[in-house]
Design a protein around this ligand. Sequence first.
Ligand SMILES: [Zn+2]
Length: 58
Amino acid sequence: MGAHLGDDGRYYGELRCRWCETHIKQGGRHKPRLYCRGTHRWKTYGMRVVGVFAAILG
Ligand SMILES: [Zn+2]
C-alpha cells in the first residue's frame, strides 16, 4: 500500500483519498494526488477550518 517516488521524479502506485479512503492510482504524476475528487479536498479543508475555530472558542 502506498505510492512511491520513481527515479524519474514521478509518483507511482496508489494513495488513499484523505477523505473517503478511495484508492487513487498515481499513474506517474509529478505531484501525489491526495483526494479522489475536488470536493473531498474541500471537505477536508473545511473540517480543518472548523477545528481551528473550535480550538479558539474552546
Ligand atoms: Zn474521496
